[in-house]
Every structure is written in C-alpha cells, then in structure tokens.
Design a protein around this ligand. Structure first.
Ligand code: ATP
Ligand code: MG
Length: 264
C-alpha cells in the first residue's frame, strides 16, 4: 500500500532532520519516496542533498500563478469569491515539478498554505491541499511531509488523508506542550496513527523527564534520538543528515520506521 507520513512538532525540534533521514531509510530499501516540503521556511531540499544551484531556482508551487489558475480557475490575489475549484487536478504535478534529491528521493516544495481563518480562502491553498489529499500514489510508495508547527492551515479533510503523524519532541516544556497539542489536534482531525519521537536527548534525566511527561499526556513515543553534534556539523557543512555518520541517530529513526511498518 501507499503511505502518507507527516512530521510535525515545535520549531527547531528536528522535524526536517527526522523527515530527511526517514526518507533515506525507506528509499534505500527500494521504496519510491516523495518528500513534500510544507514548511514556508523550506529546508527539506537541502537536507535531502539537492545541490545549491538547483535549490536557488526552486519556485514553490504556491507561487506558480499560471498553474494555480489553470487548475483552480482563479489567479492568486485576484478577486474570485468562491468561484474556483476546491478539487483541482493534481496527479501530474509531482511528475512535472518534483526535483531529485539524494537516494532518488523526489522533492516537492509547496510554499505557504494559508489558514482559512486568516481571511484567505484562496486558490493556491486549495491547490496545495488538493495535492496532499488526492495524490494517487502507486503501491509501495511513500509520501513524507515536513510540516511547520501548526495544523490549523491544513484542515480536517487534508489531515484525514494522512496515515501517520509523527511529532518530534525535544527536552523542554514548550516543545512537549506544543507536541502534545499538535498530537491531540491531529487525533481530533482524524489522523489514524499519532506518535512522538524524542530528539536531542543528552542524558537519562532528560529522557526520564520526557517519558514522564508524555506518559501523563498519553502520547506514546517510538524512538529516543540522542543529541549528536555530528548533525550540527553536517548542517554547517551543507551535508545531508544521513551522511553525518551518527549511527545511533539512524537506529532510533529506524525504530520509528519499524513501528510505522507494523501499523500499516
Ligand atoms: N539529535 C540532534 N542532535 C544534535 N543536533 C540536532 C539533532 N537533531 C537536529 N539537530 C539540529 O537542530 C537544528 C534544527 O533541526 P531541524 O532543522 O531538523 O529542525 P526543524 O524542526 O525542522 O526546524 P524548523 O522548525 O526551523 O523547520 C539543525 O541544526 C539540526 O542539525
Ligand atoms: Mg524544518
């Protein structure tokens, strides 16, 4: 079957790092992986090894005015009332606009999806959400979605199409609070499986404290990734996290993968 996995969590907790490593683990086992960057501050292409000269030329789908108009019947920024398609055709967009990262991973950069509450019920968001909902994937393929912290902008019907939501949590009250809030919203919105992964854990005290807090909140976690400065070094050097040599980091993300494979 095909699977949609969303990675969320508070800013800076390691969402992009986890998404990129998980994508490579699957791709190296022969899965066809589409990595979707749904964070307006796009950094997934770099984490997947798309070269800088290619990255510089990436236009997020939300800024492709002609294609948005072609598919929804309205041009972003023009007055359109409700007269545009909420179910635009999306099936060929990956083939046309995805770029190739390392490990033959396809990467698609969405750009900003605006929340309806922000006063924007706009064609570009309609196209992006339609893409997430209706993307028909072949058997054995995988979509990994690197998200910004909130879920509000995606809406219920888009979230219902997500099979697994992974919330990345680092030691710290704000990260736990944000993660637990995201997890509970995801469940309310109909995401089938919601779990956490702990990241940047540098002591058993930190691990035990996170364990206690997540147990209280009823949020299970499926891996404990150590704080490893090789990830920072790799980031500084413009290398992919999967190339940083931190085996224990990869092992913990492989544990998350085992869990995902079990439930699907
Ligand atoms: N286990 C770890 N050990 C050490 N550093 C880490 C670890 N995980 C991530 N980092 C570093 O933390 C920083 C933030 O990671 P990352 O960009 O993956 O987070 P993010 O949640 O995607 O951030 P944003 O909210 O800005 O998109 C990066 O410099 C990354 O290399
Ligand atoms: Mg990120």
């Amino acid at each position: 079957m095909a699977l949609k996995i969303a990675i969320s969590g508070k800013g800076g907790t390691g969402k992009t790092t986890v998404a990129a490593i998980l994508a490579s683990l699957y791709a190296r086992d022969g899965c066809r992986v589409l990595a979707v960057d749904a964070d307006p501050a796009s950094s997934l292409p770099a984490a997947l090894g798309v070269p800088e000269e290619v990255r510089k030329r990436i236009v997020p789908l939300s800024q492709m005015l002609d294609i948005i108009e072609e598919r929804t019947g309205a041009r972003p920024g023009e007055s359109y009332g409700n007269l545009f398609s909420l179910n635009p055709r999306v099936d060929d967009l990956v083939r046309r606009y995805a770029i190739r990262g390392g490990d033959c991973i396809d990467v698609l950069v969405l750009g900003t999806i605006k929340a309806p509450g922000s006063g924007c019920f706009c064609p570009e968001s309609s196209l992006l959400k339609g893409l997430l909902r209706h993307l028909v994937m072949e058997d054995g393929s995988l979509l990994i979605l690197d998200m910004e912290a909130g879920l509000e902008h995606l809406g219920r019907s888009t979230l219902r199409s997500v099979d697994v939501m992974v919330v990345v949590i680092e030691p710290g009250q704000r990260s736990v609070e944000t993660g637990v809030r995201i997890a509970s919203m995801a469940k309310d919105m109909g995401v089938r499986e919601v779990c956490a992964i702990l990241n940047k854990v540098s002591s058993s005290h930190h691990r035990d404290e996170l364990h206690r807090q997540l147990e209280t909140a009823g949020l299970p976690y499926k891996g404990v990734i150590p704080l490893d400065l090789r990830l920072v070094e790799a980031d500084l050097a413009g290398l992919r996290p999967i190339d940083c040599g931190a085996e224990q980091v990869f092992q913990e993300i492989a544990r998350l993968r085992e869990h995902i494979d079990k439930i699907t």
